[in-house]
Design a protein around this ligand. Structure first.
Ligand SMILES: *Cc1c(COP(=O)(O)O)cnc(C)c1O
Length: 364
């Protein structure tokens, strides 16, 4: 079976893990510091705080932006549940704004409509979904006009660029995930980025029980720290990330070229000024065909995935909070049509050739 994701573990990862184990510095340590510094440098942000996972990185990012109980935070309904859950962790209220059906990302026109209508929006939490950056020109213009805090959920977009600038460097804070299946991983792990020295200081307290110095706890914090072991994997992975991204882009371009004549699917759209890093290669197919296509692919040894088959506000827990179906029409339509194919860098030429031939052989 060709799987949708395949974590790569090489010599360097094993060597660094062994170093950490031998050093007996398993929790905090120099690998965490080195990983923080190299990831911040790679992403073009001034400060970074390593985290237990992408979800804690998001929660920390929102707290660094001083999101408080009762605050309203706009986000997209077409994402992983951690996005909107992190707003709820702060006691704040997620306000869902519809997506652009071409990019799957939050639609800046709809965003402005909501900013005009809903007064006192504290923050906007955008998601660079599948590895494609949001329309940052439009969003930064709105930030200037409506003065909200901007947080980037970059959990799927390590190394993605908008006009040659990496995601995670635009907002007041940003969160990345290093979960096992992301474009780079530390098994579980995450990082929060910011360019604000005060936010960085506060975030460091948040992830470490609110500790100010060895004996003093001045704010409510958590244990959201990354281990030295995980950081060691991250150091090795980051060194290889650019090569892996290039391979993902190459695979995606090969699919785009091969699939462009097919009438039952739509290939991913990439705006000219963006570097899409293809965490997922996501096509759109008619709802009536999707289950059939998934079964057909599986029968031919090809795994696929649906990210995500429903919008966040239609999850049972969110329904319970009072959200109603029909709120974001484009997001709901996308949820019923998206399908992700394997695009990861471990695919051989034989694998991508096979995927192309099988997809092209599909009969409606
Ligand atoms: C993976 C992911 C997260 C959460 O990351 P974890 O490391 O799994 O906690 C948040 N948002 C998005 C969009 C993600 O893809």
């Amino acid at each position: 079976m060709i799987t949708v994701a395949y974590p790569i573990i090489g010599k360097k990862e094993k060597q660094l893990i062994k170093e950490v184990l031998d050093s007996r510095m398993l929790a905090s340590g120099k690998y965490v510091v080195q990983f923080e510094q190299s990831f911040a440098k790679y992403s073009g942000a001034k400060f970074s705080i390593a985290n237990a996972n992408g979800t804690t990185a998001l929660h920390t990012a929102l707290l660094m932006c001083k999101i408080k109980p009762g605050d309203k935070v706009i986000t997209t309904p077409f994402s992983f549940i951690a996005t909107s859950n992190s707003i709820l962790f702060c006691g704040a209220k997620p306000i869902f704004v519809d997506i652009d059906p071409k990019t799957f990302n939050i639609n800046p026109v709809e965003l402005e409509k909501t900013l005009k209508k809903e007064r006192s929006i504290k923050a906007v939490l955008i998601v660079h979904l599948y590895g494609l950056p949001c329309d940052m020109d439009a969003i930064l213009k709105l930030k200037k006009k409506y003065k909200f805090k901007l947080i980037e959920d970059s959990c799927q977009a390590h190394g993605a660029k908008f006009k040659n600038r990496k995601v995670g460097s635009f907002g007041d804070a940003a969160a990345f995930s290093f979960y096992a299946t992301k474009n780079m991983m530390t098994a579980e792990g995450g990082i929060t980025l910011t360019n604000d020295v005060k936010a960085d200081k506060y975030g460091r307290q948040i992830i470490n029980h609110g500790r100010k110095d060895h004996l003093t706890h001045t704010v409510l914090g958590y244990n959201y720290r990354l281990t030295n072991l995980a950081a060691a994997i991250g150091i090795a992975q980051l060194e290889q990330l650019e090569g892996w991204i290039e391979k993902r882009i190459e695979n995606a371009q090969k699919y785009n070229e091969a699939f462009k004549e097919l009438d039952f699917l739509q290939t991913p759209y990439v705006p000219k000024n963006c570097r899409h890093v293809f965490h997922q290669y996501t096509i759109r197919v008619p709802l009536s065909e999707r289950e059939k296509i998934i079964k057909y692919l599986a029968k031919n040894g090809i795994g696929s995935g649906i990210y995500y088959d429903t919008v966040l506000y239609k999850q049972p827990f969110y329904k319970q909070l009072g959200y109603k179906a029909g709120l974001c029409k484009e997001a709901e339509k996308a949820a019923s049509e998206v399908l992700s194919l394997p695009v990861h860098p471990s695919l051989s030429k034989a694998d991508t050739d096979k995927i192309i031939n099988v997809v092209k052989g599909y009969k409606r």
